[in-house]
Structure formats: C-alpha cells, structure tokens
Design a protein around this ligand. Structure first.
Ligand code: WTA
Length: 639
C-alpha cells in the first residue's frame, strides 16, 4: 500500500470530469469557448489519423488572448516580474507588455516579416524573450526559440531546418556571473546563410560586439516603430511555433504546434492544475527555451491574466537561497520547478529554506522527470509546510501541455508521492504491453494516448512521414509516448522513465544518438555508444563509450578532453558526458543493435543480466574489464 496524502485544498467540480467522459470532442469544444475567437470554428475535430485538426475554420490569435483581452479589466496588473541575475528587477504590467509587443511586432513588419515566416529567437531569460514570441504570434510569424545554452552548431542546424528569415538575439547573457556572447554564436551559426535576412540584437550586457550589415539594434528598431499593431486573424491550425527536441535519431525533431488547439489545452490545464486566482503570484523556474517555458511561462499564465515571476540565471546563483529569496520577496503563491532543482535544494539542507518566509505558498508543482518519493516529501514538508498540494505534472514537448497531473483547480484527490495521479479530463491514456494490450495493475508497460487531444503537435516540421513513424506506428492510430509507466490498483499513474534512447539529464531532454554521432565525428573515433545512469541530483547523467580507430595512440585524457570540447561545441554544455570509457569493442545484439542495458549495468557496477542475444559473448567481458581497468586508473589518479 503506498502512502497517501489527503489534502483538503482545491475545488471540487466533479462535473468537469463527468462531461469529459461522455464525449471528449464536445468537452473540448466547451473548453475552447473560454478563449477569445475572432470567428467560431465549423468543426471541433477532424481526425484523420495521425493528423488532428482542432477547431477548424475558427480564427484566433495567441498574442490577442494573452494581452488584449486583459486591457479593459487588468491593464495595471503586473504581468511579468523579472528578476535579473544581478538582483536588478523590472515589472511589466499587462499594459506595458501589450505596448512593447505591439511596437516590436511593427518592428518585425518593418523588416519584411509576415504571416508564415519563421523567426529564430536565441535570447537569455529577459522580458524581451516573451515579447519577441508574442510579437511573432501577433503577426502570424512562427517562432522557433532555441535554448541559449545550445551551441552555435545546434543553433545553425535549427535555423537551417526552419529556414528562418530573421534571428533575434542579444549581445550576451549572464550565467553565474559570466557573460555568454550570444551574438558571436549567432554570427558563427548563420555564416553563408543567405536566407537569413536580418539579425535583431538586444543590448543586454552593453559589451561591444561586431555589427554586420544584417544587424539591427532592438532599441533603435523599436524607437522608430508605430505604437499600434492589430493582431492577425489566424486560422486555428496556424503554426504558432516550432520547438526542436531530441528523439532517438541524431537530428533533433521540429515539433510543430498550432494555435487554437494548443491555446485551449493550455488555458484549461493551467486553470485546472494551478487553480489560478487573480491574487496569485506564479513562479515557474523553467527556461523559456524548453517547452515548459513556452507553455507555462509564456502562454498559460498570460492567457489567464496571471502575475508571474521570470528569472534569469541559475537557481543556485549567487547562492543556494536564490529561489527562497524570490518567493519571500514577491510573496509567490504557486511554485513550479523540476525534481533536479529540488534534489539540489534538498542537499543544501533545511536551514536555508527555513530561514525564509515561505508562508505565501499555497501550491507546488514539478515537471520534467520522475520525482523520488523522498524528494516529494521534503518538498511537501520543508517548502510547503504540509499545507500545499504537490502537482506532479507529466507531459512532453509533443503533447503541448499537461496530460497527467493532480488538478486542485477542479478536484481534490488524495496524493501519492511520486505519482502524477490521473490523466487530465478529455484525454484517454493507458499503459500497454508490446502488443498493445492493457497491462495488469502495477505492471510496467508503455504509456500511450488513445485519443487526439487539443495540444498535440500538428506534425514534425517538414516531415509528416517521420511524425507518423515516430509516434503513430508502434500501435496503429495510437500515440506512443516513449515512456514507461504503470497504473496502480487505485488507477494512479506512475511514470517510470523513457523506454527509448532519450535521456533526461537534469530535466533536459537529450538524445543518445545526437551525442554518439558527435563523438564518432571526432577523427580518432570509430564507434560510440551513450547511455544514462542514475544520478542523485540530476536524475540521470550521461556515460559514453568509444572505440578508437586502429593505430590511434593518443593519451586518453587528451582524447577525452578533445571529445568533451567537441560535444560542448557541437551540441552544448548540457550534453557533456560525466565519463567516457575507451573500449575495443561495443556489446551488440545479433541484429547489430548496441546493448545499452549492458553498458548501463557496467557503468553502474551492477551484475550483468541476460546476455543471450549478444552478438559476440566476449565483448561483455571485454567491456567489463576495460571498465574495471579504467575505474582502477581513475581511482589511482584521484588518490
Ligand atoms: C519526462 C517536458 C516523470 C518523460 C515537459 C517525458 C516526466 C519527457 C514528467 C518529456 C513527470 C516529463 N514524471 N517523467 N512528471 N514530466 N517527464 O519533451 O520522460 O522535455 O517523455 O517535456 O520528460 O520531456 P520534454
């Protein structure tokens, strides 16, 4: 029997789930009516598997729903409270944000950006990032935000794939007191890309940078821009954004989200999960460069006219009290973060959070990776003082918004540490075996989604076939999430990590194939395999194995350094492995697939399980002894 927390807080509106059970299409039809549409849709759902068209024929605008609708009632309410890494802050009311977005939208127009164009945004966590996104949405340009921790090569790949006409960046960004020169990274990324017509540069650090003929300075552009910019009336299916995410192949996939369905999903889930009230101060720590930032920093809170904190920098910089200081300072009521951040805070000890007044908090959330029950309990007790429900929200870049979560805004169900409880209303999620048959309670299986849902991706940018193959081919016309899960005897869902070769390192999604292809592109490497192993703080860390080309006789420390540098340069620092082991052979199945399970066991110092499918039994012992040897030499070096 698992531990249960009965939390009385929240609303009890059982009719919502009831409505969803009778007919999910008319249920979502009603939910979507809560948004402001320029013209109504003719058809709620056209389901032509694997393509769903939600609210077809309706016209809507995301920026209008995030900003214009609040101007009469809430224009002076803070929309964004921005905390810079330096401690400097800035408050933008709904009126301020609306004005800035309109001016910037006109600036975009002045550079010839129009409906349907793609715009890459490579900015740090500054208010100009949501401003740029909302300005694109306003005129119907499709934004593609690239996390500012990604390298020049990654950025280049994304700009090229999306064929962005414009890149928006800043002279630099702050990270742990250091300046990262983003403009230089952009210059390198767009070399010889004639299709990139302009680069808008925000002067964030005021450090000098080289101006090219394509560059426009943000402040100058905005100064000359007209104040008013009407929102484009866009089709419900108009592509709002592309967000690149890692999958099982070497190349990141461009997840494409539409407008009407996505907004309806976010409006509903933000309200249901966070039980949002006018007086709330919402704080989601995600970087906007990832999907959580798109959905629950930019669109979700603004659709609801909420006040939110956006912060720049690292959660433990300048010190371990940074988050608690912000919560105390702004009387944050809802805090949404990752299990990795919580594990780190937990390690810093209880005295730090206890020395702050956290009494304003009323609801806590987590996202991005499984949360260990002991961390859940710590969050509940030390941060929430045993009075805040914890919502453990499961979802993906592809789902657009939350799919499994406790929903204090509509129902009070007992919580179990480590479980996301149940699917949201209006979606049908199940756990099945290899053949697609539902598994028995408490049995591990694959998490699948049986119905289309409004926030689902439209497709993968420019690759309908891959979209079909990746998500809809393992089980016909059923969405395959790539996650393992189980359902317990009470119908609660427990997420058990990825079933494929995608890693979640500190909550960041990284594909093993991306790292492997980077490692093998080093001139001395013949083959490589990458896997994740559990880590106390980051949830998972990257371990890599490499086979050297014949006759390579380089010092392995030098080689290791070169490879890690290459990964940082080609992908970004977040993809740096914790360790690399040089081996003479990789363990493979008879069909030639690398046995990651085996590598994981070796890296974890575990006993090796069934190896009957190994192509060459000797490889196991070889990898094992190579590992032991390396372990020995590491130990010797450290002693
Ligand atoms: C994992 C992040 C357990 C899962 C929003 C999923 C989770 C992947 C949870 C998507 C959770 C997300 N519990 N695992 N509450 N939330 N995941 O696209 O493996 O960056 O498939 O979206 O994160 O990662 P993505």
């Amino acid at each position: 029997m698992s531990e249960i927390f009965n939390i009385g807080l929240g609303n009890n509106r059982p009719e919502i789930r009831k409505q969803s059970e009778s007919d999910f299409v008319s249920f979502w039809d009603n939910q979507a009516k809560k948004l402001c549409w320029f013209s109504p849709w003719q058809k709620t759902l056209e389901w032509n598997p694997p393509f769903a068209k939600w609210f077809q024929g309706g016209s809507i605008n995301a920026s209008y729903n995030a900003l214009d609708i609040h101007q009469e009632t809430n224009s002076q309410k803070p929309a964004i409270i921005w905390e810079a890494e330096s401690g400097e802050s800035r408050i933008l009311t709904y009126r301020d944000l609306w004005m800035e977005v309109q001016k910037f939208a006109n600036a975009l127009k002045s550079l010839g950006i129009k409906k349907g164009d793609r715009v890459t945004i490579y900015l740090p966590m500054v208010p100009e990032l949501p401003i740029a996104m909302l300005a694109c949405a306003r005129i119907g340009a499709t934004h593609t935000v690239v996390f500012s921790g990604f390298s020049s090569a990654s950025l280049r790949e994304r700009i090229e794939d999306s064929r962005s006409k414009l890149v928006i960046t800043s002279d630099g960004g702050y990270r742990r007191g250091k300046i990262i020169k983003l403009k230089e990274i952009v210059d390198e990324a767009i070399q010889d890309f004639d299709f990139v017509k302009n680069v808008i540069v925000l002067e964030r650090t005021k450090e000098p940078f080289q101006l090219t003929s394509k560059d426009k300075i943000w402040s100058e552009l905005v100064q000359g821009a007209l104040a008013e910019c009407e929102s484009e009336r866009l089709d419900s299916l108009h592509p709002l954004y592309i967000l690149y995410t890692s999958g099982t192949t070497g190349k990141p996939k461009g997840v494409l989200h539409g407008t009407g369905g996505y907004l309806a999903h976010l409006h509903s889930t933000f309200g249901w999960a966070f039980d949002i009230k006018d007086s709330d101060v919402f704080f989601c720590t995600a970087d906007i460069g990832w999907v959580t930032g798109h959905s629950y920093v930019v669109y979700g809170p603004l659709l609801h006219g909420a006040t939110e904190i956006i912060f720049e920098g690292a959660p433990d910089y300048p010190d371990a009290s940074r988050m608690w200081e912000i919560i105390q300072k702004y009387k944050v009521t809802i805090f949404y973060t990752t299990p990795t951040a919580l594990r780190m805070f937990m390690k810093f000890g209880n005295d730090i959070p206890r020395s702050f007044d956290l009494s304003s908090l009323r609801l806590l959330g987590t996202v991005g990776e499984p949360i260990n029950p002991e961390v859940w309990r710590w969050y509940y007790t030390i941060i929430g003082k045993e009075k805040c429900p914890i919502i453990d929200t499961w979802w993906q870049t592809e789902t657009g918004g939350m799919m499994i979560s406790p929903l204090p805004g509509i129902e009070t169900i007992p919580l179990k540490p480590g479980s996301g409880t149940r699917p949201i209303p209006g979606v049908k999620i199940s756990v099945v075996d290899e053949e697609g048959r539902p598994v028995k309670p408490n049995t591990k299986g694959y998490l699948i989604i049986q119905n289309p849902w409004p926030g689902m991706l439209l497709t993968l940018w420019g690759d309908d076939e891959k979209y079909q193959k990746t998500y809809w081919s393992k089980y016909q016309n059923i969405y395959y999430s790539g996650d393992f899960a189980k359902i317990d005897e009470d119908g609660y869902f427990w997420l058990l990590g990825r079933a494929d070769d995608v890693l979640k390192v500190a909550g960041h999604r990284i594909g093993t194939a991306e790292i492997e292809s980077c490692i093998v592109s080093h001139q001395d490497i013949a083959e490589s395999a990458v896997c994740g192993i559990p880590d106390d703080i980051k949830g998972e860390v990257i371990i890599s194995f490499a086979v050297l080309k014949e006759n390579v006789k380089k010092d392995w420390l030098i080689l290791k350094h070169e490879i890690f540098e290459k990964i940082r340069k080609d992908i970004g620092p977040i993809a740096t492995p914790k360790q690399i082991y040089f081996v003479s052979k990789l363990p493979k199945t008879r069909s030639g697939k690398i046995m990651r399970r085996l590598l994981k066991s070796i890296a974890n110092n575990e006993k090796i399980g069934d190896t009957s499918t190994l192509e060459d039994g000797t490889a196991v012992s070889e990898v094992q002894s190579a590992f032991e040897e390396l372990q020995k030499s590491i130990n010797e070096k450290n002693s």
